[in-house]
Design a protein around this ligand. Structure first.
Ligand code: SF4
Length: 400
């Protein structure tokens, strides 16, 4: 039987836009979305779920979903009623497996104890807290709406509400940050005792306020300092008992995020809400569509009965294979070489023998007869390595 897709719901609201953020969300002000805006969003979401359930639920006989992820934006701004509404609407149309992982993203300033308790009662069993830093100056520079004390309090509130699976999102490579500052942030985060940590390097996204802040750009740590943050941070987390299971993700044993793993393993994802991306395999075709990254445009599409019709394309087998290679090499499990050969007809062990030898000799990869895995040092160069392995024309890249 086919594996059911993992489900994703995008909440397009944030109290204010952070200075570095390029994700789609509308700034609502401190009170969150106005009731009329929230009801419009919920009504359109339900219409989208209806249409997708008819289009795919029956056509593909989808079984219970293994996971559901509320991402954004700031899903905690849905409030208790909004969250209950979405959970009910979704589970009527797309049943969840009894042991489904249900994750809610929340920001420390909108994770009130009542909301956290209500989320647990509704079946949410994993919380992803957008902490980003535990340094108040860094948080202010990023334009975050909370301070470090609020972040630690939200974590404790979540524990008291019954969450036994909590992830913290952190960013390194911040303006003015040194490797020692970053390690101190990680020590403080580890001291809270989360089950999962996501550590992303700061990306300067064009068009964001941060990208126009010359002083902040001038204070960014250089490449060597960023590499040191990545390597020494990963070492600190390994010593604290976290598995480094994907370039940017660390988990206590048994606590890897199932939703993210499904995405990295190229499994089907069915997304709802503006900017949500879906990928579904129907027999031999792989379809992908990206909902409009605009609340009004998405609502208009859905209310005209055309859910999933925006930005829709059929992915070629070559594109799917490229993606699979790229995603697999970002993970600790690495790339299954036989599976890659089945997908592409290409045996990297012979077509790229010289390159693989070079990577192993340089300490950038581990190679067994069945798998290729990047080492931590290799992860730092993952983009170049993936390019060199994925495209014939880049085989002359030098890694020695
Ligand atoms: S809270 Fe998250 S999604 Fe919202 S603006 Fe900040 S970084 Fe972006």
């Amino acid at each position: 039987m086919r594996q059911s897709p993992t489900l994703y719901v995008h909440t397009p609201f944030c109290r204010a836009k952070c200075r570095y953020c390029a994700f789609y969300s509308a700034a609502t002000g401190p009170a969150g979305p106005a009731p009329a805006v929230l009801s419009r969003y919920l009504a359109a979401l339900e219409a989208e779920m209806d249409q997708q359930a008819q289009a795919f639920g029956t056509a593909l006989a989808l079984g219970p979903a293994p996971s559901l992820f509320f991402g954004g934006g700031t899903p905690s701004l849905l409030g208790t009623e909004g969250l209950a509404h979405v959970m009910a609407a979704l589970s009527q149309r797309f049943p969840l497996a009894p042991d489904a992982e249900i994750t809610l993203e929340a920001n420390p300033d909108s994770a009130a104890p009542e909301l956290l308790r209500a989320a647990r009662t509704l079946g949410v069993n994993r919380l992803s807290l957008g902490v980003q830093s535990l340094d108040d100056r860094a948080l202010a520079a990023l334009g975050r709406a909370h301070d470090a004390r609020q972040a630690a309090r939200a974590f404790r509130d979540a524990r008291q509400a019954g969450f036994t699976n909590i992830g913290l999102d952190l960013i390194f490579g911040l303006p003015g940050q040194t490797p020692e500052h970053w390690l101190e942030t990680l020590r403080q985060a580890v001291a809270l005792g989360p089950e999962h940590l996501s550590c992303y390097g700061l990306t300067i996204e064009p068009g964001t306020p941060l990208s126009r802040d010359a002083a902040a750009l001038a204070a960014l740590p250089d490449d060597d300092a960023q590499a040191e943050m990545f390597l020494s941070g990963a070492e600190l987390l390994a010593d604290a008992g976290y598995e480094h299971y994907e370039i940017s993700n660390f988990a206590k044993p048994g606590r890897r995020c199932r939703h993210n793993l499904a995405c990295w393993q190229g499994r089907d994802v069915l997304g709802f809400g503006p900017a949500a991306v879906s990928t579904l395999t129907c027999e031999v075709r792989t379809l992908r569509w990206a909902n409009p990254a605009d609340l009004d445009a998405w609502e208009a599409l859905v209310l005209s009965g055309r859910a999933g019709q925006g930005g829709r394309e059929e992915l070629s087998a070559a594109v799917c294979a490229q993606e699979a290679l790229m995603l697999a090499l970002r993970t600790a499990d690495g790339l299954g070489l036989d599976a890659h050969q089945t997908r592409t007809g290409q045996d990297l062990r012979s077509t790229h023998a010289g390159l693989l030898e070079q990577l192993v000799q340089a300490g950038l990869a581990d190679l067994t007869p069945e798998r290729l895995r990047l080492t931590r040092a290799g992860m730092l160069l993952s983009n170049s390595i993936i390019r060199a392995l994925g495209f014939e024309s880049s085989q002359d890249e030098n890694f020695s």
